[in-house]
Design a protein around this ligand. Sequence first.
Ligand code: NAP
Length: 307
Amino acid sequence: MATCSGGGVRRRRWSILALDAAQPFDKEGQAIDVFERRGRLKIAIIGFGKFGQFLAKTFARQGHTLLAHSRSDYSAAAASLGAAFFSDPHDLCEQHPDVVLLSTSILSTAPVLRALPIQRLRRNTLFADVLSVKEFPKSLFLKHLPPHFDVLCTHPMFGPESGKDGWEGLPLVFEKVRIGDTGERAERCQRFLDIFHHEGCRMVEMSCSEHDANAAESQFLTHTVGRLLAKLDLKTTPVNTKGYEALLKLVEITCSDSFELYNGLFMYNKNSTELLERLDLAFDSLKKELFGKLHDVVRKQLFESSP
Ligand code: NAP
């Protein structure tokens, strides 16, 4: 018995020594592995439509683990991107993602968020969104999510068309709305932002209200002009100028987004109403200028030709 247990101790000691001997060779590989794994996130994309899938391609290429949920069944599209699709949000939340990313239409975001069984998530999950308006999701998150969830609002200011050849130089606007002060939580938020940073995005930290004021001028105006021109049913001609080509392109780009997205830009950005009124006034004043000049000419002709 004594010999037997002594042999066991010896064997254990040998195996420990063998492990020690292997350490220096494995350590570097293991460290790289741990570093890479720590850099990777488990991201749940809620709303796996056009934009959700567009983002998923890049997230997957960077090695992140992807989960997806949507109203429609996108299991085939998800599988082709290496993402796991969950039709039931309970099953998705039980996977304990690091980040829950909302990519739903602006109009459907509130009911979608309310329907998520957030009690099944880990207590300090990071919630983020990519909505094209920012004050609305910020206040929705703050109202609906308990304080132990982190909140990051982002707007990648590009889409499947403008970002199809890469994201280099394209703006990513973000506000760290509520990030817990432990190093781990700050680091997780940074790792999510790094996805965009690594693709070469121009990182613009800005409050949600500043974003909305700027976006009404840039984004809503662009979409409105594009959709207005689309109503004219413009056709290409044999004598297209560069300017006209740009207008045709504008129609194509803006109308490739859903009307729901455009409607969301109007409904959920308080600055959009004012912009629409300014556009109306500008059109009236331009017409007045043109017709004013026309009247001057006609009046002059009338008086000069009168006996
Ligand atoms: P979208 O029309 O704004 O949204 C489509 C997504 O919303 C789909 O995933 C759809 O789910 C979901 N959805 C719509 N109505 C719903 C409802 N009643 N209940 C549940 N889900 C509903 O088009 P998108 O281009 O994919 O945009 C998604 C988000 O990204 C929007 O918030 C948009 O502002 C933002 N964004 C878009 C772009 C862009 O270039 N397209 C750029 C930056 C940010 P199903 O498909 O499953 O029905």
